[in-house]
Design a binder for this molecule. Sequence first.
Ligand code: AMP
Length: 115
Amino acid sequence: MTTEETIFSKIIRREIPADIVYEDELALAFKDVHPQAPVHILVIPKKALAKLSDAKPEDQALLGHLLLIVKRVAQEAGLTNGYRVVINTGDDGGQTVHHMHLHILGGRQMLWPPG
Ligand code: AMP
């Protein structure tokens, strides 16, 4: 399933503002508006993929691309001591925006297990 209209598609189209830290032809990264850590950045595909569990074999390269963007953005944010990457997926995963996204959380010690 894909979704065309979410707050993130509006950010991609520049219809609502965001603090964008990285962009290429396939992806966008911007600061989370309600940060849960000193650094909290979201990495999203421009393709309207609603959630990770909707990904198909043809999305393999895109998913790998997103992870390499995570690495790059985290490095540029100065997260030299580590960070956490989270993909909330579906209702039980706590996903609230139905456009797949990777959370980069850092700048403090992360706890385990997560809530
Ligand atoms: P999730 O609960 O995994 O779906 O995460 C959605 C995230 O999007 C939350 O951390 C929100 O704070 C964040 N968010 C929602 N609206 C915006 C926005 N306009 N700009 C930046 N981040 C947003």
